[in-house]
Write a protein that binds this ligand. Structure first.
Ligand SMILES: Nc1ncnc2c1ncn2[C@@H]1O[C@H](COP(=O)(O)OP(=O)(O)OP(=O)(O)O)[C@@H](O)[C@H]1O
Length: 643
């Protein structure tokens, strides 16, 4: 096949341009990225060879090799791993599959300044493309295990790349960088220097489980430069990394930086994690876990197909990525490694789902992550605040399914509250501030804080200074509906059921007044209930309103309209529950309506006023009148009459 020229996908080109003209001040990390890809390719080959005897690949000496040529100013990173087919090269290297890329690139453009750009690129990672930070020409020669022909890919990163089929490629992948001139001011070092390569591998890739070898150069040039590797015989390759599994080493032996580099290798994130979690389980089922909570949420965390789960190793051997059996979905942001001693190397995802030991590990790991978040709350409130901002929404999903950890999840959750405009509150803090005689945790769900603050449902609570949680995440609608408790206090919506606030004495007083009002309004309420029966199930007097004329509320056990919408969006059929219209007996509009109803029951305007009061109540909570066009007409007529 002749050499073909291809264009990079638009996003890929944009990303490459940013890498080339860039941006990332620490250029050394290109090697971390290439070694990380090579290590993944070796893992994949080892697994494929285990599962497919006919592959015919030699797996006896899997490794990464660095080959530097100072004269030609090239550096080659070679692995004898899985390799790529011609189609894979075009698909994997010429395009970016990450669904968040478009948004990310827009943000990058908007960020403008270098520091912000670095922060963003750090969140995203650019993998193989980071080669172009140090090279102006990159050649990738690869042959997939089991295939006879190889592929050569070449590009100077400018808009196009070439691909040709070659007959004599060794199995695996070799990436040769035509290095840019050294420019220490720009932190562009001499990447043909053994000393520099040794330093970078030690710093970023020491834990990689495959040997990373560097051919020592023949004397005399190498001797001067070889440093600690000087005792290696000339020509014999030197292994640069210790290959020690960090999770199997004691805490004292490992630096935070080393943990962070492992995190970057497995997560493809360029930023340090927020928290590192170690767990060593001994006894009948032995395993070690090293888990990380990232410092920011990935773009696709809420998209279907998000790859959750940690890496599974069995006795130091990589078995699979994204092992979802080990981590509940609401902890899908957790990255890391679990190394189990007593599993078979052939273990499959299906077996894992049913394995009792795995289920026990799953429980233990979830508890450990939750207890770490709890510790972070008290020991590092700033870090906890970052955690909550990034992952709170996901964590709360656990309140729907994980009954066993429900209390623990509520314990580490924070909520926006009327108590403080800016700072969210924990439930423990809320309970501490509860008024004497208050025995519920009050909340309101809605689309925005602003809409909820001005909702009529809040009036009685505002008047009495009772704190209300303001819940805006769609998942909140669902979990609060399952009526959980915290510290023995039930959650209660301020937009559901009757409200009876105040001391016993006040309640008694209000009760006497209410009886009087009930008598006065009985006729109006019966008439309005009948009149609006298509839309509401009852019209009654309100004890929650102090300012507005009316509001609509749901019955205590009814599903709210927002929750109805959520269920419908999930394809569940759910009957529509009519709500209750509450009137404020002290509002002049309601007093006037009652008077007119008593004095001129046949008045034609009464019907319209009843409809308008209902529509206004819906508008006040951020909803829509049941018949918007009719509402506009009625309002316009009324306004016209005032002119
Ligand atoms: N040495 C290699 N051997 C085999 N396949 C490779 C190798 N290097 C890259 N690939 C393939 O190309 C894909 C893209 O690599 P790239 O480094 O651009 O992104 P990534 O590692 O998937 O993710 P990120 O961009 O977050 O680092 C890899 O997922 C892998 O499938």
């Amino acid at each position: 096949m002749p050499t073909e020229t291809f264009e990079f996908q638009v996003e890929a080109r944009q990303l490459l341009q940013m890498v080339i003209h860039s941006i990332y001040s620490n250029k050394d990390v290109f090697l971390r990225e290439l070694v990380s890809n090579a290590s993944d390719a070796l893992d994949k080959l080892r697994l494929e060879a285990l599962r497919d005897d006919s592959l015919g690949a030699d797996v006896s000496d899997l490794h990464v090799a660095l080959e530097a040529d100072p004269q030609a100013r090239t550096l080659t990173v070679r692995d004898n791993g899985i390799g790529m087919s011609r189609d894979e090269v075009v698909r994997l290297i010429g395009t970016i599959a990450n669904s968040g890329t478009a948004t990310y690139l827009r943000e990058l453009k908007e960020a403008g300044d270098t520091a912000a750009t670095e922060g963003l690129i750090g969140q995203f990672g650019v993998g193989f493309y980071s080669s172009f930070m140090v090279a102006d020409e990159v050649t990738l020669l690869t042959r997939r295990a089991g295939e006879s022909q190889g592929t050569r890919w070449m590009s100077s990163g400018e808009g196009t790349y070439t691909v040709e089929t070659v007959d004599d490629a060794p199995q695996g992948t070799a990436i040769t960088l035509g290095l840019k001139p050294e420019d220490t001011e720009d932190r562009l070092h001499d990447y043909t220097s053994p000393w520099k390569l040794r330093e970078i591998v030690k710093r970023y890739s020491d834990f990689i489980t495959w040997p990373i070898r560097m051919a020592t150069q023949p004397a005399p040039q190498a001797d001067a430069d070889a440093g600690e590797g000087a005792d290696t015989a000339p020509g014999e390759p030197e292994t640069l990394n210790s290959m020690k599994a960090l999770w199997a080493r004691s805490r004292e032996e490992v630096t935070d930086d080393e943990y962070h580099e492992l995190y970057k290798h497995i997560s493809h994130d360029w930023t340090d994690p927020l928290e590192t979690i170690r767990l060593q389980a001994e006894g009948t089922f032995e395993y070690q876990a090293l888990l990380f909570i990232p410092a920011h949420a990935p773009q696709d965390l809420f998209l279907q197909g998000y790859k959750r789960g940690v890496q599974l190793y069995v006795k130091r051997v990589f078995i699979m990525d994204d092992c979802e059996a080990l981590m509940p979905s609401y902890l899908r942001f957790v990255k890391g490694v679990v190394d189990a001693q007593d599993l078979s190397l052939n273990v499959s995802r299906e077996i894992l789902q049913q394995d009792r030991q795995i289920q026990l590990m799953h429980r233990r790991l979830a508890k450990k992550v939750l207890s770490t978040i709890k510790d972070m709350m008290s020991a590092a409130p700033d870090r906890y605040a970052t955690f909550w901002r990034e992952f709170g929404r996901v964590l709360k999903e656990g309140l729907l399914g994980d009954v066993e950890n429900g209390d623990a999840i509520l314990g580490v959750s924070s909520f926006a509250t009327t108590h403080d405009k800016d700072e969210p509150t924990t439930l423990a803090q809320y309970v501490e501030r509860m008024k004497d005689g208050q025995d519920h945790i009050f909340y309101l769900t809605g689309e925005s804080r602003q809409a909820m603050e001005s909702s009529p449902h809040m009036e009685a609570f505002q008047a009495r200074g009772i704190e209300v949680l303001l819940l805006t995440d769609p998942v909140d609608e669902v979990w609060v509906d399952t009526a959980p408790e915290f510290d023995g206090k039930k959650f209660r919506s301020v937009a559901k059921g009757e409200v009876d606030l105040g001391t016993e004495e006040e309640k008694q007083e209000a009760g006497t007044e209410r009886e009087k009002q009930q008598e006065e309004y009985a006729g109006l309420l019966t008439w309005m209930t009948d009149r609006l029966s298509d839309d509401v199930k009852e019209v009654r007097l309100s004890s929650r309103l102090t300012v507005s004329p009316a509001c609509v509320v749901s019955d205590t056990h009814d599903v709210t309209p927002a929750l109805e919408n959520i269920y419908r969006a999930m394809g569940q059929e759910i009957p529509h529950s009519k709500r209750i219209l509450e009137l404020n007996p002290k509002h002049p509009l309601v007093i006037g309506l009652n008077r007119t109803h008593t004095e001129r029951p046949g008045d034609t305007g009464l019907n319209e006023t009843a409809e308008l009061v209902h529509a206004l109540a819906l508008l006040a909570e951020g909803g829509e009148p049941p018949h918007p066009a009719r509402f506009v007409k009625l309002m316009a007529d009324r306004l016209e009459r005032t002119l």
